[in-house]
Write a protein that binds this ligand. Structure first.
Ligand code: G4P
Length: 190
């Protein structure tokens, strides 16, 4: 999506050859009107594919997921990373390791918000190593719900996320695909 590539070029900061900072419009401050365009674009790609729910992982996936869900006219479910006293009974959980942040967390979903008939669209901000999405898939597989695909704003195509997900039969759609980045700039793939 040209508009997203342009915005990344204008505002993105390459912190290292593998980390892109987009805090001014995605991860810290959010540009709502622009985010709505991005969420809509993801929704349009999956329109007509029978999506009944959009699922995301807190926190930065929530903004695009909400706009995608609104466009598709379906609820959004947020998978939790924080342990909560309120989320203790009838939950599904799986451990996710974040290579980028060198941490791990217990991804948690209340069972009652996913029915066995659901067809789920996963939405997130970044696709890097694909660990977060793979964790979400593990939770979904504990039910009989099915997966329509994964929509992300930014794919770092030099990392193994897409291959990991496509290897599990998941259709991956990214609005901007970064092939490489360094001090000379950010290079997108078609
Ligand atoms: P994955 O997201 O593909 O599973 O890969 P990984 O485990 O390596 O990424 C862990 C976290 O780091 C995720 O955020 C992901 O969005 C974020 N991340 C990965 N690469 C980049 C990058 O180049 N730039 C930025 N800004 N973030 C990156 P998270 O822990 O789920 O955090 P959040 O959603 O609460 O922000």
């Amino acid at each position: 999506m040209k508009a997203l590539e342009d915005r990344i070029q204008q505002e993105g900061l390459v912190l290292s050859p593998s980390i892109l900072k987009v805090d001014s419009f995605i991860n810290h401050q959010v540009d709502p009107a622009f985010m709505q365009l991005l969420g809509r674009e993801i929704a349009r790609h999956f329109q007509g594919k029978g999506v009944t729910k959009v699922m995301t992982i807190e926190s930065s996936g929530i903004a695009p997921a909400l706009f995608a869900a609104m466009e598709l006219g379906v609820p959004m479910v947020i998978l939790k990373k924080q342990n909560s006293e309120l989320l203790k009974t009838d939950v599904l959980q799986t451990e996710v390791v974040s290579y980028t942040k060198e941490t791990s967390y217990l991804l948690t979903m209340a069972r009652k918000y996913i029915s066995d008939e659901d067809h789920i669209l996963l939405v997130d901000d970044f696709l890097a190593n694909g660990e977060a999405a793979t964790g979400a898939l593990r939770l979904i597989r504990k039910t009989h719900a099915t997966v329509a695909g994964l929509g992300v704003l930014i794919e770092k195509a030099f990392q193994p996320g897409r291959a990991k997900l496509e290897g599990q039969g998941i259709s991956v759609f990214a609005l901007a695909r970064i092939g490489s980045m360094d001090e000379s700039g950010i290079h997108f793939l078609p």
